[in-house]
Ligand binder design. Sequence first.
Ligand SMILES: [Zn+2]
Ligand SMILES: [Zn+2]
Length: 420
Amino acid sequence: MAVFIKLLGGGGEIGRNAIEINYNNNSILLDYGVIFNSEIGFPLNVNLKKLIGIIISHAHLDHIGALPLIYSSSINPKIYFNSMTSELMNLLLLDFLKVSKGNLQFDETGILKIFEKSSNVPFKYDFIINDFSIKVGNAGHIPGSWIISVEVKNKKILYTGDFNVYDTKLLNGAEVIERNVDLLICESTYACVNHIDRQKVEKLFIEKVLETLENKGNVLIPSFAVGRSQEILCILQKYNIKYPIFLDGMARKASSIMLKYPEYFKDYNLLKSSHDLAIWVNNERERKRILDEPSIIISPAGMLKGGPALNYIKKIISDSRNSILFVGYLAENTPGREILESHTFTTETSKEKVKANVYWFGLSSHTDMKGIIDYIKEVNPQKVMFIHGEVERIIEMSKLIKNNYSIDIILGKTGESIEV
Ligand SMILES: [Zn+2]
Ligand SMILES: [Zn+2]
């Protein structure tokens, strides 16, 4: 009997990651996420009768958002993740349900049932699901993120999830937990892109923060709640910034979860001290006073599609002493992208000119092309399947790799099944 891999989502797109591994009429599932295009997209259906287990790489919605669909059925497969991922999943799934305002095909019951069937395993742990032997290790992407290795019938498969090979303030770079595998399933968000050296980016970022504050302005840092907000706090702490730093929105809840698990961090003391120094914003009254003096505000949403960052934006954009510092990916058709590209901010009733300074810093938690290639060389796989990336970029990177190394490359296609 052979081992088959079927992509249920994530082929040539960034989102709805879902991978089914089949052997002997049983299957396990790695991630089951959603994609945010003009509307929310789901992965292909799983054959629930064969499904004996689900393993989750990390808590981002593009890896977990479709799980409640499975748990809204009468079949409740056992699911494996670590405690950090579990708590962050609960936070993000309930928020997903709330902001989708009844437009999803599941309700809270589908979310709660995930956690009834769950097995919280330690961050570093090996476990077995029937014929499938599972090993996990640090992916360096967000707190709790795993690289997952699956061995079944002498075939070894390694799945990067989302990964970052470079150290950040929060996390160490991704681990190589298995070598000489038959198949490496590799994310490729930044195929064909190489990041600028992180130290340099951090220095430029701090320069702009200080420039604004010394000019009596306010700094707004729209930021993703999970991971990025905490990373920014750590950078500010490391550079010993002596101005008030406010933390707002869901970033506070994510931080409260993270602070409970010292073992997941590279430097927990830095994380703790940066949060001790920050001022956690609790209500509207506090929000109103924050802009009265030079200060830094870290708040979701990272692309300004919602969240308390919007409470500050009108005042921030109206004064040329202020700055908006974007620190993450800005999708097209989002207010963040509009501000960055055209210095305007459009609401339902008006279009306003942005007088504040606007900057973007590449502080990504995904590895770049150099990191992807170095990781492949370390793992030395028979074949690589690229997923979680844009098709044109993947094709270009694949050509480059094929010209230089003798590795078989597969462009992952949703719906296709391949024998390992
Ligand atoms: Zn992710
Ligand atoms: Zn992802």
